[in-house]
Write a protein that binds this ligand. Structure first.
Ligand code: AMP
Ligand code: MG
Length: 343
């Protein structure tokens, strides 16, 4: 391993994060866990350091990054103004898997915002992440740890081959808690727009008596030239090399039958819910779990695993588009490049 490895799977003193924090201060990259997915972090206010993130991931320069913070003092350094609705969201969901887009202050470099006048900010609940940011003394820009276009990293073993040597430190805390990236929102005229669905759901925000609008492009296809609220929507994402087909029906029987039909005479891998897995008589099948929480935790690692079979096609069972299911379906629709059969 060319990057320095810190094993945080066993309980260790947070003091050990001071060395990687020093590396961030010096403009280097550190791969670290958050509660959502692993991130590749750099000092968000250091342009040269942030540039290294784009290079390591092969990420398009107009796809902005999220600045991770450890205190509300850091937020004040980065943004002009925090509106009433944003304040309520912060009180309720920070630290946690919610990213909020704000109007940026001058000190936030254009390189992290992709040239936009807004900046996306999150305070993670992962203590390792927060301590690392606190010891660095700077906001930490961190996109998901994966080469752009590939499934996000939720387990170090999955991503070490593609990122080893590109970062100064790898901090390994085992499997992440949530498994899909944060919910990204922006407040416009007192309405919360969901730009990317995640663990904090539309329903969670509506319960606070706040109006929520889910951007249509979340489940639909992006058409060249279309206006977007979130630049990430334009890019290929989460895709294994093997072609994926996603199948969903509210009627579980219909979904299982369709997947069986599609698998006939082909070398397939099936990604199935725990409840259905016994029903598929194929050699290669992977259990996504029984609950939406389990599925979200496993999904990226299973997309990567499924790719290793050199199958003709990966057939994936969909889930309902409510609650955390919306986030899972958003990732799966994109992983399958919109090859989505809904019956
Ligand atoms: P990732 O870094 O892979 O977790 O992706 C970050 C996501 O946040 C992408 O989908 C971006 O498009 C979105 N994002 C970041 N900054 C902004 C911003 N200023 N306005 C809208 N979306 C943003
Ligand atoms: Mg990403």
């Amino acid at each position: 391993m060319k990057s320095k490895y810190i094993d945080f799977k066993q309980k260790r003193s947070y003091e050990e994060l001071k060395e990687p924090a020093e590396a961030i201060k010096q403009g280097k990259l550190v791969l670290f866990p958050t509660e959502t997915v692993y991130g590749i972090g750099a000092d968000a206010l250091n342009e040269a350091a942030v540039k290294k993130i784009y290079e390591a991931k092969g990420r398009a320069s107009d796809n902005p990054l999220i600045a991770h913070i450890s205190s509300l003092e850091m937020l004040k350094r980065l943004v002009e103004n925090v509106g009433e609705i944003e304040k309520r969201l912060i009180d309720k969901f920070w630290p946690g898997p919610l990213t909020i887009v704000f109007k940026k202050r001058e000190i936030v470099p254009n390189i992290i915002t992709g040239g936009l006048d807004t900046v996306a900010i999150r305070m993670p609940s992962s203590i390792i992440a927060r301590k690392l940011i606190e010891y660095s003394g700077c906001p930490v820009a961190a996109p998901s740890a994966n080469i752009s276009g590939k499934p996000s990293g939720t387990l170090i073993e999955d991503i070490v081959d593609e990122l080893d040597g590109k970062v100064e430190y790898i901090i390994d805390s085992g499997k992440v808690e949530i498994g899909v990236e944060s919910t990204v929102v922006r407040v416009v005229d007192n309405v919360v727009h969901i730009l990317r669905p995640g663990k904090i759901t539309k329903e969670d925000i509506e319960k606070m008596g706040i109006e929520v609008y889910v951007e249509k492009q979340i489940l639909g296809e992006y058409k060249e030239g279309e206006k977007v609220m979130s630049p990430g929507i334009k890019y290929k994402h989460y895709a294994p090399n093997t072609k994926c087909v996603l199948v969903y029906s509210e009627d579980n029987e219909k979904m299982v039958e369709e997947i069986k039909r599609l698998s006939e005479g082909k070398n397939v891998v099936i990604l199935s819910k725990g409840q259905n897995i016994e029903r598929y008589d194929v050699q290669n099948k992977l259990n996504m779990g029984k609950t939406l929480e389990e599925i979200s935790q496993n999904i990226f690692t299973l997309l990567r695993k499924a790719d290793k079979y050199n199958a003709d096609v990966i057939l994936i069972e969909g889930v309902e588009k409510e609650g955390l299911g919306l986030a899972i379906m958003n990732r799966l629709i994109r992983a399958s490049a919109h090859e989505f059969i809904e019956i």
